[in-house]
Structure formats: structure tokens, C-alpha cells
Design a protein around this ligand. Structure first.
Ligand code: MG
Length: 384
């Protein structure tokens, strides 16, 4: 049932995040912190409406941040957090929600579980807040020296969302409007409401300092500065009559084989060029000149291993490769599994990271006339 109003407190104007911009409008992996926070509540099945409380000076930032989202028009915050929340409560009062959840814009990692857990308690109790039990030993100091060790067994750190039956919390905020209490639970306590504690995920942190953004990014699974490279390679060889051919490091029976440099494994040559392409290291001919007779009949897996070593020297790791072979002969399909197994061994990749396909060219062109064979490869590498 959509019986719950949400108030997102985003009126803070702290600018220690730089760019003269409050933290809730800073980017967090492609969306602002505020937008991420709002989207979690918007997608929750019990949420009826969302009221964001903003600093009117940041109206443009707000509009850009939540563009396209179905929210109530923003209301202006007051001089204190408590005044801002009260403005939000008054703004949604006309909608008569059964419950209200009040949440800091700067806790973007809030999840559906804590929203559900907090709201569920409100069916039987007036107030419930997300909180984290204190696990570190707590010291009390006097003049910078430990005076004593505090019993932490009953200590919790209050977080948000903080949920309330709507009527009682609105009345409490009105009654204690002159106070300056640091959270809504304190307003409720002041009014004599019983407040339940609900253990939240350890990830439900508040972004307070610029360093916190990096931590939140890690928790979101968004690595910073990911250096992903893509390289491609193409190789063409002439076909000549034979009894066997080498492709993808596997020798197979075939009436035709590629002629040329080394064992003429056209697929491994294209793949080697793709890998060299990811690090701007030229092509296979740069490293193994065809004019050099020592490569005659050479096992092309050594070219591939050389390219892999160069990639590794750059701190690179191959994520996947994809190869397409164009020819009428040899027929690849009977040998595909063996080829993928060999590539898996050479690349150190699981088979689901290795694409290998073959196609004819419908008897068109030099491949169609069985004069030649083409291989294309693409490789993706992560550096660092
Ligand atoms: Mg070649």
C-alpha cells in the first residue's frame, strides 16, 4: 500500500566539496548524490510521494539533478535542519499520509530493506529509526586523556531513514519548533514518543567529507579511473593445397592451408594484432618481421605469448577476445571446441570470455573462391 510520504532533507549548503556546490549535487558515478537517494525511495512499493526540501538558492541545481523524476514540487528549507524537516512535513500534510520517512539526501546507499523494516514497525509503534550499534570500545576523555571506558552495550548511532506515524510527528515538530534538535527522533522523544531502533546495513553511510565519496563509489561497485582498452586485428593469408592447417593453435585435417609467415595461423595473427592494438604496440610485423627467415614454420602461439607479455608489462589483464574467421575451407565447426580450449590455455581465460566464430562469404570474393582466408579479432584489456 502506498501510504508513506518521504521527506528528503537536501537544504544543506556545505561547500567543502568544492565547486561552490553542496555535496548532495555532486556526481556519484553519473548521477548526483541526491538523485541516487531519491531513486531508491521512488522505486519502493510503499512510497506514496516524495518531498525534497532544498535551499532555494540551489533551485537550478535541484531541477537539473532530479529531471524526469516524479516528485512533489520542492519546498524551501529553514535556518536549521529541524526547521527544514518541519517545512517538509507541513508541505505533505494535505495528503494525509499514514506514515512519513525522513531521510538525509547525503545517504545515497539507503536500500529497500531498511525502508521496509522501518515502515513495518510503524504499524504498531509511533517511531522507528535506522541505526547502527556501536562496536568500537568507547572512551570518555578529560583534557585529552581517557577518563573512563563507556559501556557500549546500549549505544547506537542514529542514521536515517527515521520513520514516524505522520500525525504524531507533525504535532511534535509543531510543539517543539523553537528547539534545535539534531534529528527527528529527538523531536519524537521530546514529545514522549517511543522510538524503536532498526539495525541498518553497514553501508548506509552519510557522505560528509570528500573522502567519503570514494568510499561510496567503492561500495557502489564503481571503480575509479578504470582503464579499459580495446584493440582489433585483421589478417589475410593465401590458401594453398595441403592435408592439414593450423588455426587457433590447433592442427586440423584440411584440403587447404594458409600460406605464409610462420605456421600461417591467421586467427592467432589477428588476435596478436588485436592485443598489440590495446597498448599501441604496433603490429605483429613490427615485432617479428616476415622477411626474417627464422620465423619460417614458427609456432604462432609464441607471437601471441609475446603480445600477452607486453600487455602484462603494462599492468594489463585480458578481459575477453572475440575472433571471426572467414573462409570456405577448412571447415571450422568440427574443431571449434578444441580451438576454444587451446585459446583458453594460451590466454588464461575461461571459455565464456572467448568468442570464436566462422563464416563463409557465400562464395563471394577471394575467400568465397577459396583463394584466401581472413581472420578478425577484437580484444578487451583492463590496465591496472
Ligand atoms: Mg599473418
Amino acid at each position: 500500500m502506498r501510504d508513506t510520504a518521504v521527506i528528503i532533507v537536501a537544504a544543506g549548503s556545505g561547500t567543502r566539496f568544492g565547486a561552490g556546490m553542496p555535496k548532495q549535487y555532486h556526481d556519484l558515478a553519473g548521477k548526483t548524490i541526491l538523485r541516487r537517494t531519491v531513486e531508491v525511495f521512488l522505486s519502493h512499493p510503499n512510497v506514496a510521494c516524495i518531498q525534497v526540501v532544498i535551499n532555494p538558492d540551489h533551485r537550478d541545481l535541484y531541477e537539473a539533478s532530479v529531471q524526469g523524476l516524479n516528485l512533489l514540487p520542492p519546498v524551501a528549507g529553514g535556518a536549521t535542519r529541524q526547521a527544514s524537516v518541519r517545512a517538509g512535513l507541513e508541505a505533505v500534510a494535505g495528503q494525509n499520509p499514514a506514515y512519513v520517512l525522513i531521510h538525509d539526501a547525503a545517504r545515497p546507499l539507503v536500500d529497500h530493506k531498511i525502508i521496509t523494516d522501518v515502515r513495518a514497525i510503524l504499524a504498531t509503534q509511533p517511531a522507528a529509526i535506522a541505526a547502527k550499534q556501536v562496536v568500537d570500545t568507547i572512551k570518555r576523555d578529560e583534557d585529552g586523556l581517557v577518563a573512563d571506558t563507556v559501556d557500549r552495550r546500549h549505544l547506537w548511532q542514529a542514521q536515517t531513514p527515521q520513520g514516524f506515524q505522520f500525525g504524531p510527528i507533525l504535532a511534535a515538530h509543531r510543539a517543539f519548533a523553537a528547539e534545535d534538535l539534531t534529528d527527528d527522533a529527538a523531536v519524537a522523544e521530546k514529545a514522549g514518543m517511543k522510538v524503536a531502533l532498526v539495525a541498518a546495513s553497514a553501508d548506509n553511510m552519510k557522505v560528509t567529507n570528500p573522502d567519503d565519496l570514494d568510499r561510496v563509489r567503492r561500495l557502489l561497485g564503481v571503480a575509479m579511473d578504470i582503464d579499459i582498452r580495446t584493440g582489433m586485428g585483421i589478417d589475410v593469408h593465401k590458401l594453398v593445397p595441403a592435408t592439414e592447417a593450423v588455426l587457433c593453435g590447433v592442427t586440423i585435417p584440411s584440403p587447404l592451408r594458409a600460406d605464409g609467415h610462420s605456421d600461417a595461423d591467421v586467427a592467432l595473427h589477428a588476435l596478436t594484432d588485436a592485443l598489440l592494438g590495446t597498448i599501441g604496440a604496433g603490429d605483429i610485423g613490427t615485432h617479428f618481421p616476415p622477411s626474417d627467415m627464422q620465423w619460417k614454420g614458427y609456432d604462432s602461439s609464441h607471437f601471441l605469448k609475446h603480445a600477452l607479455q607486453l600487455v602484462a608489462d603494462k599492468g594489463g589483464r585480458v578481459l575477453n577476445v572475440d575472433i571471426t574467421i572467414l573462409c570456405e575451407r577448412p571447415r571450422i565447426s568440427d574443431h571449434r571446441d578444441a580451438m576454444v580450449a587451446r585459446l583458453s590455455e594460451l590466454l588464461g581465460l575461461s571459455p565464456d570470455r572467448i568468442g570464436l566464430k566462422a563464416t563463409t562469404t557465400e562464395e563471394l570474393g577471394f575467400a568465397g573462391r577459396k583463394e584466401g582466408i581472413v581472420a578478425q579479432a577484437i580484444a578487451t584489456v583492463r590496465i591496472g
